[in-house]
Design a protein around this ligand. Sequence first.
Ligand code: NAP
Length: 287
Amino acid sequence: MSQDRSLTVTGHTRVVGLLGWPVSHSMSPVLHNAAATAAGLDLVYVPFPVEPSRLTDAVRGLPALGIIGVNVTIPHKSAILPLLDEVEPAAEAIGAVNTVVVHRDHLSGFNTDWSGFLADLDEKRIEVSGRHALVLGAGGSARAVVYALRQRGATVTVLARRPAQAEQLVASLGPERIAWRALNELSGLPAASLLVNTTPAGMAPHIDQVPWPAEAPWPGSPVVYDLIYNPGETLLMRRARDAGLRAENGLGMLVHQAAQAFSRWTGKSPSWQVMAAAAAEVAGQNR
Ligand code: NAP
């Protein structure tokens, strides 16, 4: 980490933060504090470790403490919904909030994972409209990714190892243009233009795991997009590149979801370059 980013907290400093359990490995403080400093904003981003049993107390305390907004991460992304005054339709449909804006006593919930994912697809010029995508995994981020892909007019097949989880995803997001099948039934899959890994298989320290078996043929020539950003190249991505496919990691999505949250809290667009450089620096350190 470079040490040239100075941060002075005074009685005027506005506070944003992160509610999660744990929060110690989050990259968000580095991204947001770098962006605030670069924008000349008197704003500090603080990680708050909140035990699940204390979430209600923590959320009720936000207006009292003058905190203007928070990110929300595991395990609170779904549990926080009933504690908010208002939840945007996308977050309601996905069933998860990752950004809360506090305006006086009013708490509004948003989800910037799905829109951050779309923003990164756009930036990388990955076209999905009218095309087919495969999504590996059916957990929280899969819901955001499937919602995003459907918003863009893609058809989606979800590959999940637990049928109940896949059925729940389809039931809540709606069956139109979403199919699912077991993650070990890979023969005869429709060709896809995009394959998204939303499982943690391959994430540090388990870098030798891969969610797509070596013996399974690639479904056409998809762009492989791994939501994992640590390591910067997962085993899935390496295998895809070895097969001549394009592969991208999830760092861009992370930065876009953070930038969108920052804009919601401050009304200002952060410097993309500053946030991306801070993210790349921390991701590199963690590798
Ligand atoms: P999650 O809610 O726990 O969902 C993970 C999904 O993957 C579940 O369906 C899980 O199935 C499945 N799974 C786990 N291990 C697997 C394996 N070895 N093989 C096959 N399937 C497996 O987690 P999440 O919040 O969606 O996060 C998933 C990953 O996305 C993490 O690596 C996270 O860091 C990354 N992520 C990145 C961004 C970004 O901005 N780039 C944003 C969000 C998440 P079971 O329920 O059966 O375990």
